[in-house]
Structure formats: C-alpha cells, structure tokens
Write a protein of this length. Structure first.
Lengths: 290, 764, 166
C-alpha cells in the first residue's frame, strides 16, 4: 500500500488525480481504518490530517464555515454551533460515543455518504454546501445535489472536501434532529429526521418547512412533497399528521439486519410528526393547533 | 461489617488481582507474549451446510512465511462431544454451519496468515440449509447428522428428524387434571440466539517442549477439559499434555470448550504447533467469535396451564423445541434443563412436557450463563401473568397462591428443604412499590420469579500451602474471570487460617499442579471450590497446630491463629509466629499442605434426605413504553435474591447485577440475525447491539438471609440465577404499561410496535 | 513502505518504524508492549482500547499509529504515581466495579478524562463519558458507584470543587 501525508491541499488533490479510484482518503479514520482491517487495504492511502488549516468553525457573512477536518467533538462543544446551528449541534451530540467524536471529522462523515450519516440530514435541511477542491480549482456543491448513492458523492475519486458552508437559518426558524435507535447515540441511526420550520409573521402559518430524512433511502433526502403540503399553510394537527404520512411515503427504506422497511416507514411518520410539533412549539411557544 | 461469628467472611474486600486489573497488567490470555510464536488462524466454512468435496492447501503452503497448513486429514479420525460424539475439530467431509472450522494456518505474521487463508481452495457441494428447529424436525428436512441415531427414549410413534436429545417430564395425570380445570390458558413463546460476547477474545497457544510434552495456554473456563480434549483429538497420552490457564476477560459459559465441546480452538492450535514444530498462538476476532463460538440457544416454548377459579394451578403441559445448532454441544443438557423448568417452580401436581433438542445449521449451544433457564422462565413467568390477568388476580398474589413450602416437591426437584420464594416476592413488591407507586401513562410494573439449581456433577479439590513466611498459596481448579479466586476463596482462607487476606495468593490453574476440576461453570464455584478450600484450610490449620503444640505446651485443640500468631486460646501471651511454625515444617513434615475436596456424593445424599436448598429470586421493574416507536425504557429495576450466606457481598451482588444486565440485553437489543443461507448478518458490535450504560437501569439488589445453601457457611451459587427472571419481568411490565403481551424476543422497538399494531387490528 | 514516528506514551519517549496501515491499538500493544490497552471489537464500538490522545479519550483501534506521531498518549499504565493508584483506579477496586477487569482500563481512561473535564459531573455527563465503554460483567451499577466516589475524592475534603489540575 502506498501511503502519503500531503502537507497542502494542492499536493493532496494531485495525488487523487494521479491515483483516482485506487486512492482512499483518510481523515479521522473511524470508518476507513475499519474497512482496511476487515475488507481491503487500498492501493494508496492519502492521510490528509497533516494539511494545516482544515479544522475551524467561523462565522462569516451569514454562514458558518466549518473546516472538513473539524472533529465532531469540536462541533459539539462549540458555543457558536450550539447557538447558531442547533440542528447540527444535535446531530453531533448524538454521534456514536465520545471516543469516536474525538476522532471522527465532519468531512469524513459527509464524504462517507452513508445514508444514515448523522450530520447529513441536518446539513441537507440547513441547505449547506460542500466546498471541494479539484485539480482545476474549487467548486461549491450544494448538499441537495451532493449525494449520488450510498458511498458516492459529486466529489468522485478526485475531489477533496475542504470546507462545509452552512447558511445560518433565519432567526425565526427552529429545527430539531431526531434519531431513532434501539440503544441511543451509540447505534447507527435506524431512521434520522431533521426538521426546520419557519413560521410567518402571524405565527400560525408555516412560511417554510424543511424535512430531511436519513437512513431511509440510498442517500439522505428531503421529503419535498411533505414540505410542499405544509409550506404556506396553517399549521394544524391533521395537516402535520398528513405531512408525516407523506414523508413516510417519500422514503424508500430497505429491510436489513437492523429492521424491516415497513417499520422504518412507521418511524419516519412518527419522527416527522414529532419533529414538526417540537420545532413549531419551540419557535411559537404553542402546540400545533387542532 | 463481618457477621459477629466471623472475622472476615461477609466483608467485601478489594478483589485479589484488583491492582493488576486497574493498572492494565498483561494478565489475560490475549496479552500473552510467547517467544518466537507464530500466528495462527482458522478458515471457516462458506456454507451453512455442504459436503466438502476437496481441499487444496498447496498454494497456501507455498506462501513465504507460512509454516503449517492443516485440515482434518492431518488429524486423527476422532470426534468429540459432551453427550453425543458428533464433531470433528476440523470439519471432515461435511460442514454444518458457517463458522465450522475447515482448515488452519500457522505463519510468521497475522498478515501472512490472512493471505494464506485466502489461498486455501475448498470445493463445496452445497446442501439444503435448515435454520428453524421446528422445520428441522419435520421428516422432509435435510438430515444434518446421517450417522447419529435418534434418541432411544423418543416415543415410538414420533416421526421426527434431527433430534439429538429428548427429555420428557411427567407427573400425575395431566390430561385428566387439565380437563377438569376451570380455566385453561394456552400460549407459545419464543426466544432467539444470543452470544455471550465476553470482551476478551478467545485465544489458544501451544508449544512443543524439548521433552516432547505439549504445553497449551488457554483462556478457557475448564483447563482440565481442554487437556482431555487436546489429548483425545490429537491421540496423545493425557500425560503428554499440560494446560496453563490465564486470567480470563469474561467467559459466561462461552469459553467452556471441552465442557460444551463446541468451537474448541485449543486442539487446532496444538495441531498447528505439532505440524510447524513451533509455538503457535491463535486469537479470534470479534466477528469470527460471533459466527463460530458457542451461544445461548433460541427456543420455542409451548405452555398450557389449567387452573381452578381460585387460582390454584392443577395442570401444566407443554413442549420445548430447543435449538442445538450444528452439533449437539451442550444442547442436550441445556434443553433438558429448559424442559424441566417449563414446569415452573410452583406447586404443580400434574405435568407433561416434551423437550426436543434439535440440530440446525447454526452456531452451537454452549453452557451459557444459566443454560435453558432464561428461555423457560420467559415462557413460565409471562404465562403466569397471562393467567392472572384472565383470572382477574394480582400477578404477585397468583404466584403466592401456588407457593411451595419446605418439604414440597416441584417439577424436577423431589423435595425442597426450604423455600425463600415467597419472601423474595414480598420484598420485591415492597422495593418496587407494587400497588403504591404512581405510574404515568405508558408506564407499567412487572414482576417475575426464578430459581436455578446449581448444576450437579463432578466435584473438585483444593490445596492450601503455607509458605515459610506465613503467606498462603491456594491451588484450586477454578479460574478467575471475575469469579471466586479473586473474592470468596481468599476470604475463606483468611477466615480459617487467621491470616490477612493480603497474605493469600490463588494461583492460576496448571493441570500439572492444580487439583482436577470440572470447570468454572454452573454456579458451582463457591460450592465446589469454596467447600474444598475451607476443608483444605482447616486441614492446614490442624497441621500447624500439631506442629506448634509442643512448643506452646498445649493440646492442638487449645490453639488458635490470630494476627499471624499461633497462640493458646485464652492465654494470648503464649504464642509463636505463624511463620516460625511454617518454617519448622520443613524439618518435620516438609511443608504444611492442607488438602480438601467437595464431597459430591455426600451433598447428593444430603439433598436426597433433606431436600434441595436451591436459590430463589424475584425481580421487578418499572418500564416506560413509547407506543409510537416501541422503544422500552427501564426506569427502575429491583433484584431480590436468596443466595444463602454471601461470603463476599459485593461479589455476589456483582454476579446478580451482571447476570441481570446480560438478560436485559437479551430482552431489549441482542440477537444473532441470519439470512436465509445461514450467514450471520450482525457479527460485529456495529449491529450486534450490546447493552450500553445509558440504557441500563441501576440494578437495585437485595439479598435475603436465613435460607442456608449447600455451600460453605451456607453459601449458594450466584453466577447464573440473575439471568433467569429478567425477560419475563420486562415483558410483564410492558404488558402492564400498554396492555400488549409480546411473546417473541427480543422486546425490540420493532417487535413491540408490531405487537401493538397486531393488537389494534380488528378481530376478523 | 515504513514510517518513522516519535511519540510520548505515559511520559516516556518512543521512536519506532511502522507500517502505515498499523492501528494505534496494535502499535501500542504489540510493538511497544502496552498491554493495558485492550483489544476487543477492533471496530470502535466497545471502548476497551480507549486511551488519552493529547488529553482526549479515543478508541485506539480506529486511529492510525501514524497519526500519533508527535502526540502525547496516556494509557492506564501511566496513571499510578509512585506506587499510588489514581483515585479513579482505587475507586474501581473499592466498589467492586472490577470483576473480570477486561473493560476496566478503557473505563478508567474515560472516567479520568471526564473528571479532568469536570470535577462535579452530572448523571448525564457521566453517562455521556462512558456510553462508549461496554462492560459485560457488572451491569454498570458498581461502575457508576466508582465514578461518583472518584469524583468526590478528586473534589477534595471540603467537598467543594477544587481547582482542576492541568
């Protein structure tokens, strides 16, 4: 196995250009090292942790910019994230164990592109963008387009994630991330639901609703039909329940050793409903009516 | 505080070997560093059921750094087994589950081993796979063991296949009694396979010595059984094999190779060492453990009970279908225990239960912590609540209504000496707030009881050597996996010999030097080795007194040992240091070596005459169910146990708490999952969900006193019984929380949800 | 192709030549001989291999040895000072939280890290600190006792939170 510790982004990207599919990028290592031990060692391992300036959380012009190598634990303990992106904070807080959070990076979680990746549904709902470096320059890839399938992103074999840019939601928005598991944070999410609601000035209608679903499709997805059913409407119990049902129908979970597809759909419905109710109450102070 | 009559017994001393463990000393089997050792690895079957057509190891052998490659062809044609001799150490001609060992490699490094294993070419002819034991029993099922006859005691008209053992329990006239009952409740329960999942990987190491003997290191619970199996499977004289046990990082019955005759890797390691003429060490990895080593079997339990209107049980019938796995392993014994226990431990005059232990193409049953008990109790104790509900009776009252008393007979036990069961129920009720605590919506209380007979069987001995400095070295045949060598044994020696606990050492088992022992299993530790150690310590003390008597001008009967001094009772100034007397032994008798053993026959006779003094327990818990996800949270958990006299209370509590936790895992999150081809889908901890601290309630343990057991000072075995009532306690609490009875384990969110939805469906 | 790395373990400087694919767990246990770092699941799920990496608890089985170049590591072997056990070690022994002892090193490191972060942990903080440490023997009850006792010990005789040592 060839092994490199590039000291600059340019060096890293040129290695990826050279090796293509034969190279594997390792950040924290919590996924890649397990693969190396139990599946296959890659022909070339590119360890990007020696590239300086890749771990940071900065507020800039209405967004939070988070370096790809920022450990999940730092995101969890960042007062900035807790205050400005509580949705992301919640996913970091439910991410495996403390030991893993100290090692795993947000970039690693995104590039792994597992449908159940903890931070993915929240970032999708927050309409984050991935800033990726290629040999020809940088591209800003919206999360809504980034994921192509399990383990596959627009980065391909030759792109390197440098930063995640997360626009700060409006002050009138509130969100929540609900993870369904048997044990708790330690589990890989059986279902993950991220919700962001923005009421209108009157506090009765939803100006904007965003619903992100994890672990129930080949990629994290937005439940667009469910969102449409709510956007601009008066928030009412029956409507919320209907939207939750729609969200469940938009998911395409599989049956596997963790649970059946049918059960996952039930949970999408339950957690979507709860996510909407909780977020609505958090921002308006009121229960969803009716 | 020690009980008034004892100086140290009943105190929770810091564990012997505690300092080593908290400072990370390399005392476990996997920590072993042997000079010049090769790495070993095992190739496992790729099919759950297949003929082995051919094995070509030539390419593997030619890899640089590979020192030996072995298959069944390199081993004597000898099989092993506990009750049925049905298994080769390396599969010969047939593989019967995906973990079945097919070949093994010894090489210079783990990486080369991995490479070589990939290059072994095995040609299989797949055979039909059967995973469900009821399917396997059908005449149309594939035969998993062509040359194993059906059990002789099967009823003549039984048309079954793949049954490796059959037990029938019959008392009175159950058909008549059932027909005359006021109410009959008929139910089916099901449990799934779980793996003991000890944290320390299983290992073995073997070295051929200069003098031709084979030394084997094993982190095994039964070193003497390992010696027997290695000798037998390699066709070596027993005297050529020496087994050294290490400290063990958890066993729970899963590291009991030899006893269970399943997944024994020691003989494979020894074969490699002989073939390579080098020391070899094998360490299994987690995924490999889950798919190949011994497990707690799943079972299907049919249970039917007839009761009178007033709640008196009049009849119990049922059937147990116990999943042995690919080989008989410990299946027959576990299945028999399960079948007996399905009769319950209440007064039940008329009983008929059939128990079938069945081969399937899966991992093999081992003596995993209370084998057969949790499965039976899940059915029995859930069923008790079902009956109570139909009678409109309080479940605790229903149990108390059918309570046996001293002298009574229960299923499987001709006579009980005394019965603490009623008291454990009353205390459990009180501790949990039964009938008193205010519960919120979707919260419920459940109660369940259990018993566990410390397994009958071979005994074991002890030797207590008093060194010339007055320190004491103890040899027993039991190993330390968090068990008696660290806790009860040093206390017993300290008590009987009047030495500080810090002066006592309990050494690891060396089959050349330690007394023979059946193994650290079956809740037998304190009973067998505790008894033996006590007698050995008393013997040593008597020898010391005889040696000291002259010097002290007293009769040996008038002497005592206190604070490292042997002195005359009542005249403490007439004393001589213990060390002095121990040293004096050199010129007199050589050394003070006390010897003791546990007289199994005497214990059996005592039990026959006066009745069984087995332990009883009641557990109670409060759960909260999320009716929209099925998640179950245990808010409080109470475990009330009669363990006779607790020699080391914290150790006894620790065993109870750990056993309960293991069953909480089985209840809420653990199971081995298969695809239809028999492949284990969740071999690693990613998807084999181990209970974590955040889902575990504080287990509040209460020990009940006044019911002495057959162990030393009235102790009872504590290692397994904590596993028994848990599954039903939680299922009963769930029923009381949301009115839904879940009859299939695990009580996972999905299974609970399905039961909720099933209940809501309008009756067709 | 091998790498030369330098690192500090329990205050001792080490230099080694390693293969790049080597995990920190295998490096510590097999290359350097620190058997106090235990191997169990090898996939980052059980915490038996927990060590402090520049003061932070990590599962050494999912960290590259190469990433430890220049780092300061602490294993359970480095906690006792001059023959005196660290209060966390002592508390584990005293409460009966050590049964087989295999999970103990990982727990002790996680707990030490917790009490370095906060001397007065809430029940929630305790749970968070050790949710990634599995024990199969104790059922956790006595481990929680040990953590609470160790916390009180480190708070000092006045019971007030004493200044955290660096």
């Amino acid at each position: 196995m060839d092994y490199f510790e590039p000291k600059t982004l340019r060096e890293a990207v040129s290695l990826l250009a050279r090796y293509g599919e034969k190279a594997k990028v390792i950040a924290g290592g919590t996924d890649v090292l397990v693969d190396m031990k139990f599946k296959e060692e890659p022909l070339c391992l590119v360890n990007i942790k020696r590239i300086p300036g890749m771990s940071y959380i900065r507020e800039e012009k209405g967004s939070l910019r988070i370096g790809a190598l920022t450990p999940i634990r730092e995101i969890e303990t960042s007062p900035l994230v807790r205050e400005k992106l509580p949705l992301l904070w919640e996913s970091a807080h439910q991410f495996a164990s403390l030991q893993i959070r100290n090692t795993a990076t947000i970039g690693g979680n995104v590039c792994r592109a597992s449908p159940s990746g903890e931070t993915l549904a929240p970032l999708l709902v927050l309409e984050a963008s991935a800033i990726a470096r290629f040999s020809k320059g940088e591209k800003k890839l919206p999360f809504t387009e980034l994921f192509l399938g399990p383990g596959k992103t627009l980065l391909g074999a030759k792109g390197l994630l440098r930063e995640i840019e997360v626009p700060l939601p409006s002050k009138e928005s509130r969100g929540t991330y609900l993870k369904h598991a048997v044990r708790g944070a330690m589990d890989i999410a059986m279902v993950g639901v991220a919700v962001l609601v923005t009421p209108d000035g009157g506090g009765k209608k939803a100006r904007d609703v965003r619903i992100g679903l994890g672990a129930v499709a080949p990629t994290p997805i937005r439940a667009k039909r469910a969102e449409k059913a709510l956007r601009g409407k008066t928030m009412a119990r029956a409507l919320v329940e209907e939207a939750a049902r729609i969200a469940a129908s938009e998911s395409s979970p599989i049956s596997d050793q963790r649970s059946s597809a049918e059960y996952r759909r039930w949970i999408v419905e339950t957690l979507t409903r709860r996510g909407l109710e909780q977020s609505w109450k958090a921002v308006t102070g009121k229960e969803v009516d009716g | 505080m020690a009980k008034a009559e004892y100086s140290v017994l009943g105190t929770s001393i810091p564990r012997l070997g505690g300092v080593e463990r908290v400072t990370g000393a390399g005392i476990f089997g996997v920590d072993l560093m042997l000079q010049d050792a090769l790495s070993g690895g095992i190739l496992r079957s790729q099919y759950a059921h297949a003929k082995i057509v051919s094995i070509d190891t030539s390419e593997a052998k030619s890899i640089p750094g590979v020192r030996a490659v072995v298959t069944a062809a390199d081993a004597p044609d000898v099989r092993y087994g506990r009750t049925t001799i049905d298994r080769y150490m390396l599969a010969k001609n047939r593989v019967r589950y995906m973990g079945d060992p097919v070949a093994a490699v010894a090489a210079d490094s783990p990486a080369i081993v991995k490479q070589a294993l990939k290059k072994i070419k095995v040609v299989y002819e797949p055979l039909p796979v059967v995973l469900d034991p009821e399917e396997a029993m059908k005449p149309s099922a594939p035969a998993l063991h062509d040359d194993m006859p059906l059990p002789k005691n099967l009823p003549a008209d039984a048309k079954v296949k793949n049954v490796c053992s059959y037990t029938v329990v019959h008392m009175g006239d159950p058909d008549k009694a059932m027909a005359e009952a006021d109410l009959v409740v008929d139910e089916v329960y099901e449990t799934k396979m779980i793996h003991p999942q000890y944290l320390e990987p299983r290992m073995a190491a073997a070295r051929l010595e200069q003098n031709g003997r084979l030394t084997v290191w094993a982190n095994a619970q039964a070193p003497f059984a390992v010696r027997t199996d290695v000798a037998k499977l390699l066709a070596l004289p027993l005297s050529r094999v020496r087994v050294l046990s290490t400290d063990i990082g958890g066993g729970f019955g899963g590291k009991a190779s030899g006893i269970t005759s399943g997944a024994a890797i020691e003989p494979i390691c020894a074969l490699l060492a002989l073939a390579a003429k080098r020391t070899v060490m094998i360490v299994l990895d987690k995924a490999e453990e889950t798919i190949s080593t011994t497990i707690r079997s799943g079972a299907k339990l049919y249970i039917k009970t007839g009761v009178k209107k007033d709640g008196t049980i009049v009849a119990r019938t049922g059937k147990v279908v116990y999943d042995a796995g690919a080989y008989s392993g410990f299946g027959a014994m576990a299945g028999a225990r399960c079948t007996n226990m399905l009769g319950g431990w209440y007064l039940t005059p008329n009983v008929h239960i059939d128990g079938y232990v069945v081969y399937t193409n899966k991992q093999v049953c081992g003596p995993v912590r209370g084998p057969g008990g949790p499965q039976a109790a899940f059915a029995v104790e859930s069923h008790m609540d079902s009956i109570a509900a139909k009678l409109g009776m309080d479940p605790a009252e229903f149990r108390l209504k059918n309570m046996p008393e001293a002298g009574d007979r229960i299923v499987g036990v001709p006579k009980l000496r005394d019965v603490s069961l009623g008291e454990t129920i009353r205390i459990a009720k009180e501790k949990i707030g039964w009938g008193k605590v205010k519960l919120k919506k979707n919260q419920g209380i459940g109660i369940a009881t259990g018993s566990w007979i410390e397994s009958a069987g071979p005994g074991g001995g002890a030797m207590v050597k008093v060194n010339e400095d007055g320190s004491v070295t103890v040899h027993i045949g039991k190993i330390d996996m968090g068990t008696i060598p660290g806790f009860g044994i040093p206390l017993i020696v300290a008590e009987e010999l009047g030495v500080p606990v810090s002066d006592v050492m309990v050494v690891n088992v060396d089959t050349d030097a330690s007394p023979w022992d059946a193994g650290t299993v079956g809740s037998r530790g304190i009973i067998v080795s505790g008894t033996a150690t006590r007698l050995a310590a008393i013997d040593a003390r008597n020898q010391l007194f005889r040696l000291a008597a002259n010097q002290l001008e007293a009769s040996p009967d008038d002497l005592e040992i206190k604070d490292k001094q042997i002195r005359v009772k009542g005249t403490p100034s007439k004393s001589v240091p213990l060390a002095t007397v121990a040293t004096a032994a050199h010129t007199a008798i050589g050394e003070v070596i006390g010897r003791g053993y546990c007289d199994n026959k005497a214990m059996e006779a005592e039990e026959k005459a006066h009745g069984s003094s087995q332990p009883f327990t009641a557990h109670a818990c409060i759960v909260e169910v999320d009716p929209d996800t099925g998640n179950v949270k245990i808010l409080r958990y109470v475990a009330v146990h009669d363990i006779g006299f607790p020699i080391h209370p914290a150790a006894v509590e620790g065993q109870i708490e750990g056993a309960a936790a293991m069953s909480i895992g089985q209840a809420l999150c653990e199971q081995v999952v298969f695809d239809k081809n028999g492949r284990t889908l969740n071999p690693s901890f990613v998807d084999y969900l181990m209970p974590t601290i955040n889902m575990m309630p504080r287990i509040e343990t209460t020990l009940v006193h006044g019911y002495p057991g057959s162990g030393p000072y009235g102790a009872k075995g504590a290692g397994e019984i904590g596993c028994v009532p848990v599954l039903a306690a939680i299922a009963n609490a769930i029923y009381n929380a949301i009115g839904v009875r879940v009859t299939k384990l695990p009580l996972s969110p999905e299974n609970v949800m399905r039961a909720i939805r099933e209940q809501k469906k309008p009756a067709s | 192709m091998s790498l030369n790395i330098r690192l500090v373990v329990n205050g001792t400087r080490h230099r080694a030549k390693i293969e790049p694919a080597l995990s920190l767990l295998d490096f510590l246990r097999d290359t350097l001989g620190y058997k106090g770092v235990k191997i169990c699941c090898n996939t980052g799920e059980c915490g038996a291999c927990t060590i402090l990496f520049d003061g932070k608890p990590v599962n050494s089985c999912v960290v590259l040895a190469a990433d430890a170049a220049g780092a300061e590591l602490v294993t359970v072997e480095g906690l006792a000072e001059g023959g005196r056990l660290h209060p966390v070690q002592q508390a584990f022994i005293d409460t009966g939280a050590v049964q087989c002892g295999y999970c103990t090193p990982g727990f002790i490191i996680s707990v030490k890290a917790l009490l370095d972060r906060t001397r007065n942990p809430t029940a929630e903080e305790i749970e968070e600190a050790v949710s990634g440490n599995i024990c199969r023997c104790t059922g956790y009850t006595k481990i929680v006792d040990a953590i609470q006792i160790a916390a009180r010990q480190l708070q000092g005789p006045t019971g007030l939170t004493s200044k955290a040592r660096s």
